[in-house]
Design a protein around this ligand. Structure first.
Ligand code: ADP
Ligand code: ADP
Length: 222
């Protein structure tokens, strides 16, 4: 499903990726681990077509991502990928339901239809009754579950999750991870999960370790 070969990317003089390789099977949940500043987020952003690498090759779901232009990458992200980042990514003035429906609205789905597609996610993720709540008024755990629903509502082939529980306490983080993994399995979604926390990575099928811009090895969990 995902194959990255010898991916390099520098920010000015700072090399963030120095020849990263990664292969992920369809339906697999892979945790990308490693110390702060090792290049985990940069790798995820390259795989997801957010950043364009300086060198190497990236193939996702049969498409070569690294040579696509801005518009094609944007369309690919919208149509095929889902995203969950740290807390603080929802549009606070919109309701929870509107936030979940957003990827569909941006893809041109009519409002009533988009909101109807968002609706079952509220029951599924334990968010019943919060549909009309403004996102700015949700708790951290609720907001992150809304963000998860938004990441999955369009049925992405790959869900990219960057420290999805980073702003949550451990119990709330575990609830979000339980739901993330269960939903991904149900839909057969491939997941690339960036985390520096072993207890979060423990939800994955497989772990890889990034060090100094390279995927060095399988990570060993305690
Ligand atoms: P991680 O996700 O493992 O913490 P990052 O991928 O965020 O690591 O960062 C890798 C390296 O690239 C770090 O040295 C970081 O400071 C640098 N970096 C990341 N993003 C930028 C950016 N937009 N501009 C400049 N340097 C960046
Ligand atoms: P994360 O590693 O979880 O993505 P960071 O706090 O490292 O979070 O980075 C937040 C944002 O700042 C990202 O968009 C990243 O690309 C950017 N960034 C990271 N390091 C630098 C840096 N040294 N200079 C400029 N931007 C950076």
């Amino acid at each position: 499903m995902i194959e990255a070969r010898n991916v390099t990317l520098s920010f000015g003089e700072t090399p963030a990726l120095r020849g990263a390789d990664l292969a992920v099977e369809r339906g697999e949940i892979v945790a990308v681990m490693g110390p702060s500043g090792s290049g985990k987020s940069t790798l995820l952003h390259c795989l997801a077509g957010i950043l364009v690498p300086d060198g190497g090759e990236i193939h996702v779901d049969g498409r070569r991502v690294d040579t696509l232009g801005e518009n094609e990458r944007s369309a690919l992200r919208r149509d095929r990928f889902g995203f969950v980042f740290q807390f603080g990514q929802l549009v606070p003035e919109l309701t929870a339901a509107e936030n979940v429906a957003l990827p569909l609205l941006l893809a041109g789905v009519r409002r009533a239809k988009a909101l109807a597609a968002a609706s079952p996610w509220f029951g599924r993720l334990g968010l019943d009754g919060l549909e009309r709540r403004r996102s700015g008024e949700l708790s951290g755990g609720q907001a992150q579950r809304v963000a998860l629903a938004r990441g999955l509502v369009a049925g992405p082939t790959v869900l990219f999750a960057d420290e999805p529980t980073g702003a949550l306490d451990s119990l709330t983080g575990e609830q979000v991870m339980d739901l993330l993994v269960a939903s991904a399995r149900e839909q057969g979604t491939t997941v690339v999960l960036v985390t520096h926390e072993a207890r979060v990575a423990a939800y994955a099928d497989r772990h890889v370790m990034v060090r100094d811009g390279r995927v060095t090895s399988l990570a060993v969990l305690p």
